[in-house]
Design a protein around this ligand. Structure first.
Ligand SMILES: C[S@@+](CC[C@H](N)C(=O)[O-])C[C@H]1O[C@@H](n2cnc3c(N)ncnc32)[C@H](O)[C@@H]1O
Length: 286
């Protein structure tokens, strides 16, 4: 299971605990269509079917061939899940507003469609406007994306290239007054920032977005997480934890070779023999 699917399942578990007896509404943009990709559609459907609380799952996809490929994967893996998935064929900008209005409040939105930054931002704004209390929005592929034939300008935050700066800006505007003097040297009033751009942005407000709660998690593959602050903390910890496990696994390979070297030197009858033997045993975890 890859990082995207792990994060999706953690989000579903978190929401399931927050709403133990109520149905969840889940929407994804961009269905799975390859066995060796994320399998998001399968994992979400499987989780909700197992949960069995009458949850709703809408998967929006503009490529009919991908919907069929997704249905074939479901048929092969667990045919009964097909009843759990409400595929909607069409462009997210056309289909998402109607789907959100239909469900009223959405608990989890997974944005994993195209990578045009403004399309992603529009999807995000719509999702945030319908988010249930404790709800979560995941924006997949928030790592740098290379220019494509359809879009050549830089995308340093991938699908979150406009979402992340917007969240940072909204957050900054919200807290600007508290920190304006943060960089002023003692007895010097000229350190108060007064950027032209920020002054012009000061009127920008987007009531539906709570810009206090978001984070980018992951290493090479990154995901922007927005919504429930408790989940954001948990997701960030798990992401740091999995990096740590990777590091420890790499380190344990070098510890094992250090342990072998120490064993070899311990077998020479040097004055350090017992110390190196004990150290080698410790490194082997004995
Ligand atoms: C990265 S793939 C999705 C991968 C999938 N979530 C998984 O876990 O395997 C992106 C999908 O989004 C679809 N897509 C791209 N832009 C879209 C849009 N604006 N509206 C609907 N679907 C879109 C593509 O056709 C493609 O099937």
């Amino acid at each position: 299971m890859n990082f995207r699917s792990q994060t999706l399942l953690q989000a579903l578990e978190h929401l399931s605990a927050a709403y133990p007896n109520q149905p969840l509404n889940v929407i994804e943009v961009g269905c799975m269509f390859k066995e060796d990709e994320g399998l998001s559609t399968y994992y979400i459907a499987d989780f909700l079917a197992t949960r069995g609380k009458g949850d709703r799952f809408i998967s929006i996809e503009y490529d009919q061939g991908h919907i069929e490929a997704s249905q074939a994967i479901i048929a092969k893996r667990k045919a009964s899940l097909s009843q759990q998935i409400d595929y909607r064929h069409g462009h997210s900008l056309e289909v998402l507003p109607g789907a959100l209005t239909q469900v009223g409040q959405v608990h989890l939105v997974c944005l994993d469609g195209g990578a045009h930054p403004e399309v992603c931002l529009a999807e995000f704004e719509q999702a945030a406007s319908h988010l249930a209390p404790n709800g979560i929005v995941l924006v997949d592929d928030a790592q740098t994306l290379a220019p494509s034939a359809a879009y050549q300008p830089p995308r340093p935050f991938g699908k979150a290239t406009l979402i992340l700066p917007m969240l940072v800006l909204l957050n900054y505007l919200k807290h600007r007054a508290e920190f304006r003097e943060a960089n002023t040297s003692p007895a010097d009033q000229t350190g108060i920032p007064d950027s032209d751009l920020i002054r012009q942005c000061e009127t920008v407000r987007f009531a539906a977005i709570d810009a206090d709660h978001f984070a980018v998690i992951g290493d090479r593959h990154k995901i922007l997480v927005y919504g429930d602050p408790a989940f954001i903390i948990q997701a960030a910890q798990i992401s740091v934890g999995s990096k740590l496990v990777q590091k420890l696994t790499q380190n344990s390979v070098s510890l094992q070779s250090t342990s072998k070297n120490l064993n070899a030197s311990a077998s020479n009858s040097s004055p350090l023999t017992s110390l190196t033997q004990r150290l080698a045993a410790l490194l082997r975890g004995q």
